[in-house]
Ligand binder design. Structure first.
Ligand code: EZ4
Ligand code: CO
Length: 412
Protein backbone atom coordinates (compact mmCIF):
# COMPACT_ATOMS: atom_id res chain seq x y z
CA UNK A 1 0.00 0.00 0.00
CA UNK A 2 1.03 3.60 -0.44
CA UNK A 3 0.10 7.09 0.65
CA UNK A 4 -2.90 8.25 -1.33
CA UNK A 5 -3.55 11.73 -0.01
CA UNK A 6 -2.01 14.30 2.30
CA UNK A 7 -3.97 17.31 3.50
CA UNK A 8 -3.62 20.05 6.08
CA UNK A 9 -6.41 21.09 8.43
CA UNK A 10 -6.30 24.49 10.13
CA UNK A 11 -8.95 25.04 12.78
CA UNK A 12 -9.44 27.34 15.76
CA UNK A 13 -11.66 25.78 18.42
CA UNK A 14 -10.70 28.32 21.08
CA UNK A 15 -7.15 28.47 19.74
CA UNK A 16 -5.36 27.63 16.49
CA UNK A 17 -4.29 24.12 15.55
CA UNK A 18 -2.66 22.73 12.41
CA UNK A 19 -3.26 19.03 11.80
CA UNK A 20 -1.95 16.83 9.02
CA UNK A 21 -4.07 14.03 7.61
CA UNK A 22 -2.52 11.17 5.67
CA UNK A 23 -4.73 8.56 4.02
CA UNK A 24 -3.37 5.31 2.56
CA UNK A 25 -4.62 3.52 -0.54
CA UNK A 26 -6.29 0.95 1.73
CA UNK A 27 -8.16 3.69 3.57
CA UNK A 28 -6.23 3.98 6.83
CA UNK A 29 -6.12 7.53 8.23
CA UNK A 30 -3.20 8.94 10.22
CA UNK A 31 -3.16 12.27 12.09
CA UNK A 32 -0.18 14.47 12.94
CA UNK A 33 0.12 17.70 14.94
CA UNK A 34 1.94 20.61 13.23
CA UNK A 35 0.87 23.44 15.54
CA UNK A 36 3.45 26.19 16.08
CA UNK A 37 1.88 28.75 18.38
CA UNK A 38 1.63 32.21 16.79
CA UNK A 39 3.27 31.05 13.53
CA UNK A 40 0.76 28.38 12.53
CA UNK A 41 0.31 29.21 8.85
CA UNK A 42 4.02 28.95 8.07
CA UNK A 43 3.96 25.25 8.98
CA UNK A 44 0.65 24.74 7.16
CA UNK A 45 2.25 26.20 4.04
CA UNK A 46 5.45 24.16 4.45
CA UNK A 47 3.35 21.01 4.49
CA UNK A 48 0.76 21.95 1.89
CA UNK A 49 2.98 23.76 -0.59
CA UNK A 50 6.25 21.84 -0.24
CA UNK A 51 5.75 18.42 1.35
CA UNK A 52 2.31 16.99 0.56
CA UNK A 53 2.84 16.12 -3.11
CA UNK A 54 6.22 14.48 -2.39
CA UNK A 55 4.61 11.94 -0.08
CA UNK A 56 1.88 10.70 -2.39
CA UNK A 57 2.74 7.26 -3.72
CA UNK A 58 5.37 6.56 -1.03
CA UNK A 59 5.26 3.43 1.13
CA UNK A 60 3.62 4.55 4.40
CA UNK A 61 5.50 1.84 6.33
CA UNK A 62 8.91 3.46 5.77
CA UNK A 63 8.86 5.87 8.69
CA UNK A 64 12.61 6.27 9.28
CA UNK A 65 13.26 6.62 5.56
CA UNK A 66 10.55 9.27 5.25
CA UNK A 67 11.96 11.11 8.27
CA UNK A 68 15.46 11.20 6.71
CA UNK A 69 13.98 12.16 3.34
CA UNK A 70 12.28 15.19 4.90
CA UNK A 71 15.20 16.08 7.21
CA UNK A 72 18.15 15.70 4.82
CA UNK A 73 16.38 15.91 1.49
CA UNK A 74 15.45 19.62 1.36
CA UNK A 75 19.02 20.66 2.34
CA UNK A 76 17.67 23.33 4.75
CA UNK A 77 17.33 21.63 8.08
CA UNK A 78 16.24 22.09 11.69
CA UNK A 79 14.29 25.06 13.03
CA UNK A 80 10.78 25.07 14.47
CA UNK A 81 8.86 25.31 11.18
CA UNK A 82 10.71 22.46 9.46
CA UNK A 83 10.77 20.23 12.52
CA UNK A 84 7.06 20.77 13.26
CA UNK A 85 6.26 19.85 9.65
CA UNK A 86 8.41 16.70 9.85
CA UNK A 87 6.79 15.90 13.21
CA UNK A 88 3.31 15.98 11.71
CA UNK A 89 4.25 13.55 8.94
CA UNK A 90 6.06 11.28 11.38
CA UNK A 91 3.16 11.19 13.86
CA UNK A 92 0.66 10.44 11.11
CA UNK A 93 2.79 7.56 9.81
CA UNK A 94 3.17 6.08 13.31
CA UNK A 95 -0.58 6.46 13.79
CA UNK A 96 -1.17 4.52 10.57
CA UNK A 97 1.36 1.79 11.41
CA UNK A 98 -0.10 1.25 14.86
CA UNK A 99 -3.66 1.23 13.54
CA UNK A 100 -2.68 -1.41 10.99
CA UNK A 101 -1.03 -3.44 13.74
CA UNK A 102 -4.20 -3.09 15.82
CA UNK A 103 -2.15 -1.77 18.74
CA UNK A 104 -1.79 1.43 20.72
CA UNK A 105 1.38 3.16 19.51
CA UNK A 106 3.27 2.59 22.77
CA UNK A 107 3.27 -1.15 22.05
CA UNK A 108 5.23 -0.58 18.83
CA UNK A 109 7.71 1.61 20.72
CA UNK A 110 8.62 -1.23 23.05
CA UNK A 111 5.58 -1.52 25.27
CA UNK A 112 4.71 0.17 28.55
CA UNK A 113 7.57 0.86 30.97
CA UNK A 114 5.18 2.11 33.67
CA UNK A 115 1.51 2.10 34.64
CA UNK A 116 0.89 5.74 33.85
CA UNK A 117 2.64 9.07 33.37
CA UNK A 118 3.03 11.41 36.30
CA UNK A 119 1.87 14.84 35.15
CA UNK A 120 2.22 18.34 36.47
CA UNK A 121 -0.49 20.96 36.43
CA UNK A 122 -0.22 24.72 35.90
CA UNK A 123 -1.10 26.72 39.00
CA UNK A 124 -0.83 30.47 39.06
CA UNK A 125 -2.19 33.52 40.79
CA UNK A 126 -1.56 37.23 40.72
CA UNK A 127 -0.84 37.07 44.47
CA UNK A 128 0.00 34.32 46.95
CA UNK A 129 -3.58 33.78 48.14
CA UNK A 130 -4.74 33.12 44.58
CA UNK A 131 -1.76 30.88 43.89
CA UNK A 132 -2.41 28.89 47.06
CA UNK A 133 -6.05 28.41 46.04
CA UNK A 134 -4.99 27.17 42.63
CA UNK A 135 -2.42 24.73 44.05
CA UNK A 136 -4.96 23.47 46.60
CA UNK A 137 -7.42 22.78 43.79
CA UNK A 138 -4.90 20.63 41.93
CA UNK A 139 -3.80 18.76 45.05
CA UNK A 140 -7.46 17.95 45.71
CA UNK A 141 -7.72 16.48 42.19
CA UNK A 142 -4.82 14.18 42.98
CA UNK A 143 -1.97 15.99 41.24
CA UNK A 144 1.40 15.28 42.84
CA UNK A 145 3.28 17.94 40.87
CA UNK A 146 2.42 21.56 40.18
CA UNK A 147 4.11 24.31 38.23
CA UNK A 148 3.77 27.60 40.09
CA UNK A 149 3.83 31.05 38.52
CA UNK A 150 2.84 34.21 40.33
CA UNK A 151 2.60 37.96 39.95
CA UNK A 152 5.50 40.16 41.09
CA UNK A 153 4.78 43.27 43.20
CA UNK A 154 5.16 46.37 41.06
CA UNK A 155 4.62 44.54 37.76
CA UNK A 156 1.38 44.08 35.85
CA UNK A 157 0.20 41.08 33.86
CA UNK A 158 2.98 38.53 33.50
CA UNK A 159 2.98 35.79 30.91
CA UNK A 160 2.11 32.46 32.49
CA UNK A 161 0.05 33.97 35.30
CA UNK A 162 -3.71 33.69 35.08
CA UNK A 163 -5.50 36.97 35.73
CA UNK A 164 -8.71 35.31 36.96
CA UNK A 165 -7.49 35.01 40.54
CA UNK A 166 -8.33 31.84 42.39
CA UNK A 167 -9.75 30.41 39.21
CA UNK A 168 -8.65 27.69 36.92
CA UNK A 169 -5.55 28.39 34.88
CA UNK A 170 -7.08 28.62 31.45
CA UNK A 171 -5.59 31.48 29.50
CA UNK A 172 -4.86 31.45 25.81
CA UNK A 173 -1.20 32.47 25.65
CA UNK A 174 -1.37 33.51 22.02
CA UNK A 175 -3.89 36.31 22.22
CA UNK A 176 -6.58 37.22 19.74
CA UNK A 177 -7.95 40.77 19.76
CA UNK A 178 -10.11 41.65 22.79
CA UNK A 179 -13.30 41.09 20.75
CA UNK A 180 -12.17 37.56 19.85
CA UNK A 181 -11.23 38.50 16.28
CA UNK A 182 -7.84 38.39 14.63
CA UNK A 183 -5.08 40.20 16.49
CA UNK A 184 -3.05 42.76 14.56
CA UNK A 185 0.07 42.71 16.75
CA UNK A 186 1.28 41.15 20.01
CA UNK A 187 0.33 42.65 23.36
CA UNK A 188 3.28 43.92 25.41
CA UNK A 189 4.18 43.17 29.01
CA UNK A 190 6.66 44.75 31.41
CA UNK A 191 9.37 42.89 33.26
CA UNK A 192 11.86 43.63 36.02
CA UNK A 193 14.29 40.89 37.03
CA UNK A 194 15.45 42.43 40.37
CA UNK A 195 11.81 42.60 41.56
CA UNK A 196 11.32 38.96 40.54
CA UNK A 197 14.53 37.80 42.24
CA UNK A 198 13.49 39.53 45.46
CA UNK A 199 9.97 38.10 45.42
CA UNK A 200 10.14 34.46 44.35
CA UNK A 201 12.11 32.77 47.16
CA UNK A 202 9.43 33.86 49.67
CA UNK A 203 6.74 32.34 47.46
CA UNK A 204 8.49 28.96 47.49
CA UNK A 205 9.01 29.22 51.27
CA UNK A 206 5.26 29.79 51.77
CA UNK A 207 4.40 26.89 49.46
CA UNK A 208 6.63 24.55 51.45
CA UNK A 209 5.01 25.75 54.69
CA UNK A 210 1.52 25.25 53.32
CA UNK A 211 1.98 22.07 51.30
CA UNK A 212 4.89 20.29 52.99
CA UNK A 213 7.86 18.57 51.39
CA UNK A 214 5.96 15.94 49.39
CA UNK A 215 4.53 18.14 46.64
CA UNK A 216 6.68 18.36 43.52
CA UNK A 217 7.04 22.07 42.81
CA UNK A 218 8.13 23.27 39.36
CA UNK A 219 8.75 26.79 38.11
CA UNK A 220 9.20 28.29 34.64
CA UNK A 221 11.48 31.33 34.44
CA UNK A 222 10.76 31.70 30.74
CA UNK A 223 14.28 32.68 29.62
CA UNK A 224 14.15 35.96 31.54
CA UNK A 225 17.37 35.83 33.59
CA UNK A 226 20.98 36.46 32.64
CA UNK A 227 23.42 33.64 33.47
CA UNK A 228 24.59 35.21 36.73
CA UNK A 229 21.04 36.13 37.77
CA UNK A 230 19.96 32.56 37.10
CA UNK A 231 22.88 31.26 39.16
CA UNK A 232 21.82 33.51 42.06
CA UNK A 233 18.21 32.45 41.74
CA UNK A 234 18.94 28.72 41.54
CA UNK A 235 21.15 29.05 44.64
CA UNK A 236 18.61 31.14 46.59
CA UNK A 237 15.75 28.69 46.00
CA UNK A 238 17.83 25.58 46.75
CA UNK A 239 16.33 25.13 50.25
CA UNK A 240 12.85 24.72 48.74
CA UNK A 241 13.89 21.70 46.69
CA UNK A 242 12.23 22.47 43.38
CA UNK A 243 11.50 19.51 41.11
CA UNK A 244 12.89 21.74 38.39
CA UNK A 245 13.66 25.28 37.36
CA UNK A 246 12.74 25.68 33.68
CA UNK A 247 14.29 27.93 31.03
CA UNK A 248 16.25 30.00 33.55
CA UNK A 249 18.30 31.66 30.76
CA UNK A 250 17.73 32.31 27.03
CA UNK A 251 17.78 28.77 25.74
CA UNK A 252 19.94 29.08 22.63
CA UNK A 253 22.99 29.91 24.79
CA UNK A 254 23.86 26.39 25.92
CA UNK A 255 27.02 27.17 27.88
CA UNK A 256 25.18 29.74 30.05
CA UNK A 257 24.06 26.82 32.17
CA UNK A 258 27.64 26.02 33.19
CA UNK A 259 27.54 29.02 35.50
CA UNK A 260 24.18 27.99 36.98
CA UNK A 261 25.41 24.44 37.56
CA UNK A 262 28.57 25.68 39.30
CA UNK A 263 26.48 27.47 41.92
CA UNK A 264 23.53 25.26 42.71
CA UNK A 265 21.98 21.81 42.81
CA UNK A 266 18.52 23.02 41.73
CA UNK A 267 17.49 20.64 38.91
CA UNK A 268 17.28 22.34 35.52
CA UNK A 269 14.87 21.78 32.63
CA UNK A 270 15.21 23.41 29.25
CA UNK A 271 14.25 23.09 25.62
CA UNK A 272 10.61 23.71 24.72
CA UNK A 273 11.83 25.95 21.90
CA UNK A 274 14.63 23.62 20.77
CA UNK A 275 13.94 21.20 17.93
CA UNK A 276 16.75 18.77 17.34
CA UNK A 277 19.25 16.60 19.13
CA UNK A 278 22.00 18.94 17.94
CA UNK A 279 20.46 21.85 19.86
CA UNK A 280 21.17 19.80 22.99
CA UNK A 281 24.63 18.48 22.24
CA UNK A 282 26.48 20.55 24.83
CA UNK A 283 23.60 20.55 27.31
CA UNK A 284 23.56 16.77 27.34
CA UNK A 285 27.22 15.81 27.03
CA UNK A 286 28.24 18.30 29.76
CA UNK A 287 25.27 17.21 31.89
CA UNK A 288 24.06 20.81 32.17
CA UNK A 289 20.38 19.85 32.42
CA UNK A 290 18.25 17.24 34.15
CA UNK A 291 15.13 17.31 31.94
CA UNK A 292 14.52 17.70 28.20
CA UNK A 293 11.50 19.94 27.59
CA UNK A 294 11.04 19.26 23.87
CA UNK A 295 7.66 18.13 22.60
CA UNK A 296 6.99 15.50 19.97
CA UNK A 297 5.28 18.22 17.91
CA UNK A 298 8.29 20.55 17.70
CA UNK A 299 11.14 18.04 17.52
CA UNK A 300 10.51 16.01 14.38
CA UNK A 301 7.87 13.71 15.80
CA UNK A 302 8.21 10.44 17.64
CA UNK A 303 11.24 9.51 15.53
CA UNK A 304 13.02 12.81 16.16
CA UNK A 305 12.30 13.07 19.87
CA UNK A 306 13.13 9.41 20.52
CA UNK A 307 16.60 9.92 19.04
CA UNK A 308 17.06 12.89 21.38
CA UNK A 309 15.71 11.15 24.48
CA UNK A 310 17.76 8.01 23.87
CA UNK A 311 20.88 10.20 23.67
CA UNK A 312 19.85 12.06 26.86
CA UNK A 313 19.19 8.77 28.66
CA UNK A 314 22.81 7.73 28.26
CA UNK A 315 23.71 10.75 30.42
CA UNK A 316 21.01 10.11 33.03
CA UNK A 317 18.82 12.93 31.71
CA UNK A 318 15.07 12.41 31.62
CA UNK A 319 12.07 13.61 29.66
CA UNK A 320 9.82 16.50 30.66
CA UNK A 321 7.88 16.87 27.43
CA UNK A 322 6.22 20.19 26.69
CA UNK A 323 2.45 19.84 26.95
CA UNK A 324 0.72 23.23 26.91
CA UNK A 325 -2.62 23.69 25.14
CA UNK A 326 -0.77 24.89 22.04
CA UNK A 327 0.29 21.27 21.48
CA UNK A 328 -2.89 19.75 20.01
CA UNK A 329 -4.54 16.63 21.45
CA UNK A 330 -2.84 14.69 18.61
CA UNK A 331 0.57 15.93 19.75
CA UNK A 332 -0.33 15.27 23.38
CA UNK A 333 -1.28 11.67 22.59
CA UNK A 334 2.02 11.16 20.76
CA UNK A 335 3.85 12.42 23.87
CA UNK A 336 1.94 10.02 26.10
CA UNK A 337 2.71 6.97 23.95
CA UNK A 338 6.40 7.86 23.78
CA UNK A 339 6.56 8.70 27.48
CA UNK A 340 4.93 5.43 28.46
CA UNK A 341 7.41 3.42 26.41
CA UNK A 342 10.81 4.98 27.12
CA UNK A 343 12.86 4.14 30.20
CA UNK A 344 14.05 7.68 30.96
CA UNK A 345 10.63 9.27 31.37
CA UNK A 346 10.66 12.08 33.95
CA UNK A 347 7.35 13.93 34.09
CA UNK A 348 4.71 15.14 31.61
CA UNK A 349 3.29 18.67 31.47
CA UNK A 350 -0.49 18.62 31.32
CA UNK A 351 -2.75 21.58 30.59
CA UNK A 352 -6.14 20.10 29.76
CA UNK A 353 -7.62 21.38 26.50
CA UNK A 354 -10.85 23.35 26.61
CA UNK A 355 -14.23 21.72 26.03
CA UNK A 356 -14.38 23.53 22.69
CA UNK A 357 -11.08 21.98 21.60
CA UNK A 358 -12.13 18.54 22.81
CA UNK A 359 -15.37 18.84 20.82
CA UNK A 360 -13.21 18.86 17.69
CA UNK A 361 -10.45 16.42 18.69
CA UNK A 362 -11.83 13.18 20.14
CA UNK A 363 -9.27 11.75 22.54
CA UNK A 364 -8.88 8.44 24.31
CA UNK A 365 -6.22 9.37 26.85
CA UNK A 366 -7.35 9.47 30.44
CA UNK A 367 -6.39 11.34 33.62
CA UNK A 368 -6.56 9.56 36.95
CA UNK A 369 -5.32 11.01 40.27
CA UNK A 370 -2.28 12.80 38.92
CA UNK A 371 -1.39 10.34 36.16
CA UNK A 372 -2.22 10.17 32.45
CA UNK A 373 -2.49 7.07 30.28
CA UNK A 374 -2.69 7.19 26.46
CA UNK A 375 -5.41 4.53 26.33
CA UNK A 376 -5.46 1.32 24.30
CA UNK A 377 -7.20 2.38 21.10
CA UNK A 378 -5.12 1.37 18.04
CA UNK A 379 -2.78 4.12 16.86
CA UNK A 380 -2.49 7.44 18.68
CA UNK A 381 -6.09 7.24 19.84
CA UNK A 382 -7.12 10.72 18.69
CA UNK A 383 -9.46 11.63 15.84
CA UNK A 384 -10.07 15.03 14.32
CA UNK A 385 -13.75 15.58 13.56
CA UNK A 386 -13.36 17.55 10.33
CA UNK A 387 -17.00 18.66 10.24
CA UNK A 388 -16.81 20.03 13.76
CA UNK A 389 -13.43 21.63 12.95
CA UNK A 390 -14.81 23.44 9.91
CA UNK A 391 -16.97 25.62 12.16
CA UNK A 392 -13.86 27.25 13.67
CA UNK A 393 -12.03 29.50 11.26
CA UNK A 394 -8.33 30.33 11.75
CA UNK A 395 -8.02 33.48 13.84
CA UNK A 396 -4.67 35.24 13.94
CA UNK A 397 -3.24 35.35 17.46
CA UNK A 398 0.12 36.40 18.91
CA UNK A 399 2.23 35.49 21.89
CA UNK A 400 3.06 38.63 23.89
CA UNK A 401 6.28 40.62 23.75
CA UNK A 402 8.19 41.50 26.92
CA UNK A 403 9.95 44.79 27.72
CA UNK A 404 11.99 45.99 30.66
CA UNK A 405 10.79 49.01 32.68
CA UNK A 406 12.86 51.33 30.43
CA UNK A 407 11.33 49.91 27.25
CA UNK A 408 14.12 47.54 26.20
CA UNK A 409 12.81 44.39 24.48
CA UNK A 410 13.51 41.46 26.77
CA UNK A 411 13.48 37.66 26.58
CA UNK A 412 10.41 35.92 27.87
O1 EZ4 B 1 5.11 29.49 26.74
O2 EZ4 B 1 3.69 26.87 24.87
O3 EZ4 B 1 6.23 25.52 29.89
N1 EZ4 B 1 5.40 25.94 29.15
C1 EZ4 B 1 5.43 27.10 28.54
C2 EZ4 B 1 4.34 27.38 27.55
C3 EZ4 B 1 4.86 28.19 26.37
C4 EZ4 B 1 3.89 28.18 25.24
C5 EZ4 B 1 4.39 28.99 24.05
O4 EZ4 B 1 3.62 28.74 22.95
O5 EZ4 B 1 6.33 27.86 28.76
O6 EZ4 B 1 3.27 28.01 28.16
CO1 CO C 1 8.02 26.68 29.52
Amino acid sequence: MTIESVSVNVTSPGRNFVTLKIVTTDGVVGWGDATLNGRELSVASYLQDHVASTLVGRDENRIEDTWQYLYRGPYWRRGPVTMAAIAAVDMALWDIKAKKAGMPLYELLGGASREGLRVYAHASGTDYAALKDAVTGYVEQGYTAVRVQTGVPGLGQIYGVSSNTGGKYDYEPAKRAADGRAAIAPSEETWDTPAYLAHMPGVFASLREDFGSGLRILHDAHHRMSPIEAAQFAKDVEPYKLFWLEDCTPVEDQTALRLVRQHSTTPLAIGEVLNSVYDYQTLITERLIDYVRSSVTHTGGVTGLKKLLDFAGIYGIRSGMHGPTDVSPVGMAAALHLGLAIHNFGIQEYMPHSETTLGVFRTSYAFDRGFLHPGDAPGLGVDLDEDAASAFEYTKAYLPVNRLMDGTVHDW
